[in-house]
Every structure is written in C-alpha cells, then in structure tokens.
Write a protein that binds this ligand. Structure first.
Ligand SMILES: Nc1ncnc2c1ncn2[C@@H]1O[C@H](COP(=O)(O)OP(=O)(O)O)[C@@H](O)[C@H]1O
Ligand SMILES: [Mg+2]
Length: 259
C-alpha cells in the first residue's frame, strides 16, 4: 500500500510539465496582449519563441516569473501555481532565472559580487560557498579572469555571460532568455549563444525568445511561433522552418530568412 502511493508520486513527478500555462489572458488597458496562451514545457526541454515584434513574447516570459500579473488562466512551475506575493514569490523568482536584452548587472558591484549577492541573501549561502559557486559559474561562461572588475570594464558579450552566471547562481529550475543577444555587437553574439547551447546540452530547461534562427535550429527541441498575442504554431525546428503552417509564419520567415 505504502509502496504503491510512493510509486504514484514518482510517476506524477516524472510527467508533470516544469512550466504549464493554461488559458492565460493578459491586457494592458484596451490592448489584448496574451490570448488564450496554452503552453507546456517539459523538464530539460529547450523552447525557442519566435514571432514579430509586439506579438507578446516578452510579456509571456514576464508572466512566468510574475514580473507581470495575468488577468485569468493558470501558470504553474513544477506543478505549483504561481504565488501572489511575499516569501513564496521570492522563492519562485529564485526558481526561474531570467536574462534580458539589457544586461542589468549591478553597476557598482564587482563581477564576483554580482554573482554572489542573491545566493547569499535569498538562498542564505555563506560568503565562501557563494564565492566558490560564483567562480565555478564564471569559469563555465568563460569570464572567471574578470571576477574582480566592475561591469563597465567588460564587453557587452562578457557582461551578458555574467548575467547568465548570475541567474544560474540561484540554481533555477528553468531559465528564461528574452532576446539576450539583441543588444550585442555582432561579433559578440556567438560567445553568448555558445554558452546557451552548452546549457541546453547540460539539460537545463530553457525558454528562449530570440531572432537567432541558426541557434533556434540547432538548440531548440520545439519552436513556438507567436503573433498578435496568440501561439499560432508549435513544432520541431525542422517542421517549423521547412513547412510552416500559417500565413503569418510563412510571412515572418520570408522576412527574417532572406537577409
Ligand atoms: N507595460 C506595458 N504597458 C502597455 N503596453 C505594453 C507594456 N508592455 C508591452 N506592451 C505592449 O504589449 C504588446 C506586446 O509587447 P511585448 O510582449 O513586448 O512583445 P514582443 O516581446 O513580442 O515584441 C506590444 O503592443 C507592446 O507595446
Ligand atoms: Mg520582446
């Protein structure tokens, strides 16, 4: 009897999605930005979200770690509904790492401090523990030699890799990337994408909004195409790029792939 209930729990753990959005609706005033969003992301899955500007990609990401509230519907992380506020919300934010277009590093802290601060405050790590972890992460993203510098002394590509290390330092269950390479000079794009590809290979669950279609083809398990606040297509990279189903997706791809 005891054993059976344990087995049931194991099965459920293995099958529930890490991120699950059900019938999510969101308005900004009169503007209907998210329309009946239904999305499941499995543990270890790499999702790439593409679509025209203004289609709601950033807003969707921001609802997942509750930087934006939703009007109706349901969002679950690892089976648990999004908390409204307080300690629970802080814990959720710790479980969902986010990397934005602008690097958002703390300008008056060193690179090392940028990566140790939140784990010490939120995860209550000792300074030693947080610094050891930070140096490991900075080494992984290739900027450990910059640890004692200030953010402004680093290139954009280096800063964005620090931002990734900082998010990873909270040991998140899922990482959200919102156009992480859009603000970078072209020669720095690949050094950031390479870190993301490595992370994907290591089994991190990732939701990436990006216009880097080469990355999407190589790294994505699934492409989600959004337009006008709706998810219009979800398909494997090969299916999506070689055989888009909707006129909107065909139009989008013709514009983005011809140059
Ligand atoms: N805080 C906000 N207040 C009002 N409108 C917003 C806000 N954020 C985004 N929008 C609008 O919502 C729509 C979707 O924006 P966004 O999610 O940023 O799209 P995308 O990331 O796909 O470009 C756009 O029309 C945008 O102007
Ligand atoms: Mg956006």
């Amino acid at each position: 009897m005891h054993r059976m209930s344990e087995m049931k729990i194991t099965t459920e753990d293995a099958t529930h999605p890490l991120v699950e959005m059900t019938h999510v609706e969101k308005h900004f005033g009169d503007l209907h930005v998210l329309k009946d969003i239904n999305l499941k992301v499995a543990k270890g899955e790499v999702l790439v979200v593409v679509g025209p500007s203004g289609s709601g990609k950033s807003t969707m990401c921001r609802t997942i770690n509750r930087l934006e509230t939703i009007d109706s519907g349901d969002i679950r992380i690892d089976g648990r509904p999004l908390p409204q506020e307080g300690k629970e919300l802080a814990r959720l934010r710790a479980e969902v790492g986010m990397v934005f277009q602008s690097f958002n590093l703390f300008a008056n802290k060193t690179i090392l401090q940028n990566v140790t601060l939140a784990p010490m405050r939120v995860r209550h790590m000792s300074q030693k523990e947080a610094e050891d972890q930070a140096m490991d992460l900075l080494r992984r993203v290739g900027v450990d030699t910059q640890a004692s510098k200030m953010p402004s002394q680093l290139s954009g590509g280096q800063q964005q890799r620090v931002a990734i290390a900082r998010a990873l330092a909270m040991q998140p269950k899922v990482m959200l990337f919102d156009e992480p390479t859009s603000a970078l000079d072209p020669e720095m794009v690949n050094e950031v994408l390479d870190v993301m590809i490595e992370l994907a290979h290591e089994g991190m669950t990732m939701i990436c909004v990006t216009h880097e279609m080469g990355f999407a083809r190589r790294a994505a398990d699934r492409i989600v195409f959004m337009a006008d606040g709706r998810i219009l297509e979800q398909a494997s990279p090969d299916e999506f790029f070689d055989n888009p189903q909707t006129e909107r997706a065909k139009d989008f791809l013709s514009k983005i792939l011809t140059h």
